[in-house]
Each structure stands twice: as C-alpha cells, then as structure tokens.
Design a protein around this ligand. Structure first.
Ligand code: 26V
Length: 822
C-alpha cells in the first residue's frame, strides 16, 4: 500500500533527522548500530500512523478480540519484516543504497528478540503475523524478559551459554505504556468478610505485589494497513507507585519489592519440554496472566456494561498450559471484583478460554505442588479447589462407582495441581497441533477427557508465515515464484503455490530453481567459512538438522549415521560416494547434560572427519553456533535435505519441517507430527520416509518387546559405531567421554528403558533412506523436480490457513478493514 513516508527523499531526510536528534551526529559520523536505530525509528514513524488508525477502527467496529496468551514469543528481527509487511522493503533498500548504506548490514545490527525457546514460541510469532495480515483484532500477551534465550558459544566442542542482553541499546520499536500499569499480588492470606447485606468477600492480606508495566510492539499486517499489538509486561516495584499505602520508613519492604520485581522478568527459562516446578516460573505465569486479564477486562468494560457478555467480545487462547492459571484468575476477577455468582462466572469463563496442547512428552506436563501453588496464589487456589470439587462431582454422576475416572481426571491429585486438566475442564476448545498429534491426544494421552467431552477436541495443524520464511529469508526464490505464477498473491494466499506444479517437468524451471538453491548454498558456505573456519563445497548435498536439541528429536541418530558413513568411506575408498555436508544447529537446555554430550559428540565427529585428508572432503560436518531465527531464515533457504527424524509419536507437529518444504528441501523423516501431512501433500515419492510408525512405537512402549541388544548383536555396522562411542575414536583415546551416550543406547537405568527413542531400531532404515537421498540427488533432474514440488505443494502449511481455522472453528472473530488516510 502506498505510503508517502517511504518516498526515497522523504525517508532519507527522516533518517538524517533521526541521526541528529538521537545521536547529535551527522550521517557520516554514525556507527552501523546508530544508523540501524535511526532507520528503525523512521520506519516506526510510518507504522505508528497505521497503528493508531487500526486501534481507532477497532474502537469503532467493536470486533471480538483474541488474546493469545503465551510465555514465549520468538519474534525474530523486526526491521526487515516490518518493511516487508509495509511493502516498503525495496524502496527503503534503494533509498539507503543512495546514501551508501547496505540495508542487510543494518538488519544485522538488530538483536534477535529471543523471547522463546523453540517451536511453541515461534508458532506464536507466526500466528501474530497471520492475524494481522488477515485483519483480525488480536493481542499477543507475554513477558518482556530482560534476558531472552541464552546465546550459545561453542568452546572446545562444548556448548557455553552467555546472557542475551537484547535490550542494551534499547528497542526502537517498543512503546512503554505506563498508563496501563496493573498491580499483581502474590502470597499472604485470605480473610473472609461479610458486608451489611450478608454478602461474602474474600480479602487478600499480607501479600507482596509488583507493578506490571506493559510495553507494546507493533505487529504489522501485510499490505493491509493493519497494525496489531504484542503486549509484553515488565515488572517494577510498587513502592513509588502507591507510596501512601506504605509506611515510608519500611525500607525492608521496599527492597523486597525491588527484588521481586527484578526477579520476575529477569530471564526466560531456557527449558524446552521439561517441567522443573520452579516457584519463580509460576510467579512469571501468574504475573503476566493477571496483568493481561485485568487489562482485557478493563478494556471491555470501557465500552460495554454487561460483564456477562464478556465472551462475545473476547476470547483467550492459552498457548500450552503455561498461562492456564488464567482460568482461575478470570474467575477471581468475575467473582471478587465484578461480584458475580459462581454459576454466572463459570459460564463466562467456560465460553472464554481455549487451550492448545503442544506436546505429549510426559516430562513437560506442568503439575504444580499444591503447597507451592496455594502459598503463592491463595485466592486462585481456593477457586481451583472449587472447580475441582464440582468437576469431580460431575465425573461421579457420569460414571457412578468408577473412582478410576476420578483418579485419572481430577485437577488436584497426589498433592499436585494438574494444569492440563484445569485447562481442559475450563476450556471450550482443546486442540492439538497436527492431525496425528490430536489423534494421539484423543486416543491415548487425554482419552478419558475425550470420552467425557468429545465436542471440545479439535485439530489445528500448525503453519508458518511465508512473509518471513520465503520473502525475507529467500528473496531470490520469492521473486522466482512471483515471476512463474505471474502474481504476488501467494504472499497472502499460499495455496496459489500449487500453480508451480505445472513447472514440475520443465527443464528450464528446474535449472532456474536449482541455480537459486546453489546461490543460497554459496551464501551459507561463506557464513560457515567465516564463523566456523570450515570450507564446504556448495556442490555437496546440504543435509540439515536445525532445531532444539532433545533426545526425542534424535540428533544422535543423525551423527551416528555420519560416523557410519565415515567408516564406509574409509573402508571402501574406491566406492563412488556423493559429497555431503551435514549441518547441525541446536541449543541444549543448560541443565540437560545428555543433550550437551550430543553437541560435544557432533563437534568431535566434525573435528575428526573434517580434518581427515584421506576422505577428500567427501563428508563435512558443521555445527552452526547460536541457531536462532535470523540465521534460520537463510539456513532453510540453502538446505537440500530436511532432517525430521524424531521418534514417531513424539514430535507434536514440527514447524521447521514446513520452512524447509517451502524453500524446496525434501523431508527425510519419520511418520511423525506434521511430516505425515507434508507427505500427504507432496506425495511419498517426493520425500524420504523411514522407521517405526507411531503405533509401533506406542505398542513397544506399552507392551515391551524391543531389545536394543538384538540390533547391536545382529548388525555389524551398528555395533561398530556404537562401540566407537567408547573406544576413544572421537575422544582422543578417552573411552569415558561418551560412555553415558553408549549406556543410554544399551542399558536400562533409573526406570528408563535402554534406547528409549528407538535409535538403534531405526538405524538401518535411516541409513537406507539416506542411501536413497544420495541416489536421488545424483539424478539432477529427478532432484530438481522433487525440490520444486516441495515448494509447489506447501500451500497448506501457511499459518494464514491455520489462523483461518482457529478463527472459524474456535474464536469466531470478525475481520476488520482499515482505511488509512496519510
Ligand atoms: C514446555 C515447558 C515445560 C515446562 C518448563 C518450560 C517449558 C518451556 C517450553 C515448553 C514448550 C514445549 C512444547 C513445545 O515447544 N512444543 C512444540 O510446539 C511446536 C508448536 O506447536 C511443535 O511444532 C513442536 O512439535 C512441539 O515440540
């Protein structure tokens, strides 16, 4: 959409002015960082107009609003993305060029806002992009962590974590909104009072509190003038906020509050899929949920009198169980602040809250110890008790005499508050994130709940935004797609990509497609040379596994296979072997020892293999440090093969798999998560599928029957690589360095089965699938067709499609049109 602020001369003038105002410098004197800031402020200027217009329009039209509550928003850099969505990227790039400035270098000055761990947080970011681009009224609600996801350094092959002080230079795009500050209370006790009319009141006493101060970030829709808001909360001590309510001499209290405030938002927990039961984490959860709900209810009340119709104008999506305390907090507000009765409050809450499940990994399920929960949130706990009491009554009525059902479904049980149960009981919708995942929820993990309330369960297969992961990350391919389709409409309607299918047998199109891939590979190769000092050949197969490090994702299977290939090459130097570059990127949670051992192993294998002249560079192994959204974008663009090799049934969906597909990299994977649907779209002949099915895995888990020693004893190649973990090959003769990994594959320990993730079981099938990859790649035409078809068939996996489904089946929102006069 045309915006005069981006006219070259106007924009340049604005940048120069910003340089002067912000830094008291001439344009020639500023650093890249300062210039990045000056440019960002100029872009923000343009965004603000639309932001105001959008919010005004919402006021006028009064649409239903979705509050997407999430502990994590893994946004990635804003500057480039905002320019793309404002359709001003090219214009601004050229304007800056005229000033002798390279936009890409400026973009590199922006720290990645890494307020998330991985899949769940990045999904939230894609959803916000789609909501704005489709024109729906939405808020993201979260925490403004002072330190985001740690930065990863590799030292001597080991992961070393360093703090991510992403706000050191300030953030040009954020807006502090002190006028919307809210108080959040923790601890103390509840006193019961009766008023003159005999009505009961619950009064919290002796509590500690903090002031929640929101920072708003613009979420720019693509080419539609819409700007929504990501609202993330900072914590400040409340003393200077409400000085009169405190004894001024109470220095101790002031310090306590200072500490509470500082601690709450200090750092993002870098665990992914592992629940640790930390008090501070529960504080974080209640902190942002309470503040967001107070703000949402206040907003509603500004324009509506009838609190009983709240659900008509707002809905809350809980991103996993992390914000589930919202259920009880909303009840608290409705009961204690708004003065409604239980039944009324419950009806409203049940129509307002919905829950998305993102994992079936047992260790990720949040179960708070009751003593901790009730101490920190005494009133909220009372409400949970009452929800639980009524729910158990309902179970007993439905299944008389079946106490087993109570045991399985109760919210409070074994001294714990089971957050998933609370979310399901209170929510009007429960969804999984890929078809297979939702089926497993319905038939296994949440079976009893599904039987009791089948109407709540639904699937919403994840998606990704093509604006960031094709337009921004792979501009060459984006331009090619536009040229071939003869339209840019795929930017907002990814189903149009199917129009590329007609080029599947066109040799010119193959050539162009593979040339683009080659250029992207050259770019990545240069990055690898610069950052790793490793020379990789862009003509080799770029085989990529980038994602969080977790045993279930089986990076270990991948590297064991590399070890196997290396053995093969050494043993049969005469054999024809197509050169391969194995690229890894992964952060391990700081306390996850085994994950860290796997990182060390990958780097050790890299050292040995990359420095063995005798193999003529046929295998290279690269571990890319500090995998994050910004480098992910071009890693996807440069990948030939997408490794999606989780143990079937364990990966709820995966979204990296979709980003690779969009960028023309066939999937090498198991029938897990969304891989199943990817194969359905692209055809099994355009993917490399191997390994146990989820049914087989679940069957082994429940009935036994798998013994890794059988594989070890019967497969010589497997035995050899497994032994190489403890014969010093990759540890300078040290036989103990990888003993734990060796044991994890062969020894039952502490209740964990040997080879929990079926790595040895799937090894042979994986090696065969890898063999097929190599054969396919040798046949250039076959490969080009396959790669091209992956891009052509990715339409389903746009987060625009996902969001439409959420809107239609769950949220029932009305789209809004924004007219902006500039
Ligand atoms: C879980 C926990 C557990 C408690 C401690 C802290 C913490 C932090 C994050 C998480 C999230 C784990 C769940 C998650 O990220 N799931 C991923 O969600 C993606 C989006 O739906 C999906 O594509 C991945 O398959 C799934 O692993």
């Amino acid at each position: 959409m045309y915006n005069p602020r981006f006219e070259k001369e106007t924009f340049k003038k604005e940048v120069k002015q910003n340089v002067k105002h912000l830094f008291r410098k001439e344009i020639e004197e500023v650093s890249e960082q300062e210039l990045y800031q000056a440019v960002s402020y100029a872009v923000k200027e343009a965004i603000i107009d639309n932001w105001i217009a959008t919010q005004k329009q919402y006021e006028k039209d009064d649409p239903k609003i979705v509050y997407y509550m999430s502990m994590e928003f893994l946004m990635g850099r804003a500057l480039g993305n905002n320019l793309i969505n404002m359709t001003a990227y090219t214009e601004v790039k050229e304007a800056l060029e005229e000033m002798g400035v390279n936009l890409n270098l400026l973009e590199d000055e922006e720290p990645d806002p890494a307020l998330g761990n991985g899949g769940l947080g990045r999904l939230a970011a894609c959803f916000l992009d789609s909501l704005a681009s489709l024109g729906y009224a939405a808020y993201g609600c979260g925490i403004r962590y002072r330190y985001g996801m740690f930065k990863q350094k590799i030292e001597n092959g080991y992961q070393v974590e360093t703090p991510d002080n992403w706000l050191v230079n300030g953030n040009p795009f954020e807006l502090r909104r002190p006028e919307y500050a809210k108080e959040v209370r923790f601890g103390g006790n509840i006193r019961v009072e009766y008023d003159d009319k005999g009505k009961i009141h619950f009064v919290q006493e002796n509590y500690e509190s903090v002031k929640a101060v929101p920072y708003d970030y613009p979420i720019v829709g693509y080419n539609n003038n819409v700007v929504n808001t990501l609202r993330i909360w900072d914590a400040e001590p409340i003393v200077d906020f409400q000085l009169e309510s405190f004894d001024r001499g109470d220095y101790h209290k002031a310090v306590e509050q200072q500490n509470l405030a500082k601690n709450i938002v200090e750092v993002l927990y870098p665990n992914d899929n592992h629940y640790a039961g930390k008090e501070l984490r529960l504080k974080q959860q209640y902190f942002f949920v309470s503040a967001s709900l107070q703000a949402a209810v206040a907003k509603y009340k500004k324009n509506h009198d009838d609190i009983k119709k709240l659900y008509e104008k707002m809905t809350i999506q809980m991103n996993d169980t992390h914000p589930t305390v919202a259920v009880a907090e909303l009840m608290r507000i409705l009961l204690d602040v708004e003065g409604l009765g239980w039944e009324e409050a419950w009806e409203i809450t049940k129509k307002t809250c919905a829950y998305t499940n993102h994992t079936i990994m047992a260790e990720a399920l949040e179960k708070w110890p009751i003593d901790l929960f009730s101490r920190l949130l005494p009133r909220v706990y009372q409400i949970v008790q009452e929800i639980d009491r009524r729910f158990i009554e309902h179970i007993r009525k439905t299944y008389p005499g079946d106490e087993n059902k109570v045991k399985k479904m109760a919210i409070l049980r074994d001294g714990q508050v089971k957050m998933a149960h609370l979310a399901i009981v209170a929510g009007y919708s429960v969804n999984g994130v890929a078809r297979l995942h939702t089926e497993i929820l319905k038939n296994q993990e949440l079976k009893e709940f599904y039987q009791l309330m089948p109407e709540k369960f639904n699937n919403k297969t994840n998606g990704i935004t093509q604006r960031r992961f094709l337009m921004h990350g792979n501009p060459r391919l984006a331009d090619w797609v536009t040229e071939k389709l003869g339209t840019k409409d795929w930017i907002t309607d990814l189903s149009l990509m199917s129009g590329l299918k007609k080029y599947a047998d066109d040799p010119d199109a193959w050539k162009e497609f593979m040339e683009i891939k080659y250029k992207n590979k050259e770019f990545l190769a240069a990055y690898i040379l610069k950052h790793n000092g490793i020379e990789v050949d862009p003509r080799s197969i770029f085989d990529v596994q980038v994602k969080r490090l977790h045993e279930y994702k089986r990076q270990l299977l991948n590297i064991l296979h590399v070890m196997y290939l290396y053995n093969q090459i050494k043993e049969h130097p005469e054999k024809n072997f197509f050169p391969r570059t194995f690229i890894f990127g992964a952060k391990a949670s700081a306390g996850y020892i085994r994950a860290k051992e796997i990182i060390k192993l990958i780097n050790s294998v890299a050292d040995v293999v990359n420095n063995d002249r005798s193999i003529n560079g046929k295998i290279k192994v690269v571990f890319i440090e500090d995998y994050r959204v910004s480098n992910a974008e071009w890693i996807f663009a440069a990948a030939d093969v997408s490794e999606q090799i989780s143990t079937a049934s364990k990966e709820a969906s995966g979204t990296g798999n979709m980003k690779f597909m969009l960028n023309g990299a066939p999937t090498l994977g198991t029938m897990d998560g969304a891989n199943v649907e990817i194969v359905e779209e692209v055809g099994i002949e355009n993917a490399f599928i191997f390994g146990l099915s989820s049914d087989e895995v679940i069957n082994y888990e429940q009935n036994g029957g798998y013994n890794p020693w059988d594989v070890y004893n019967n497969d010589e190649d497997v035995r050899r690589v497994v032994n190489q973990l403890v014969d010093g090959t990759y540890a300078n003769g040290n036989t103990e360095m990888y003993r734990d990994l060796y044991d994890s594959l062969l020894t039952t320990k502490g209740g964990n089965r040997a080879d929990m993730y079926f790595i040895l079981k799937d090894f042979r099938a994986y090696a065969e699938a890898q063999q097929k990859v190599e054969e396919a790649y040798r046949d250039k035409e076959r490969w080009a067709k396959m790669a091209l078809l992956n891009t052509a068939c990715c339409g389903k996996f746009s987060s625009d499609r996902t969001i439409r489904e959420y809107v239609e089946d769950i949220w029932k929102l009305d789209p809004v049109k924004i007219d902006v006069k500039v």
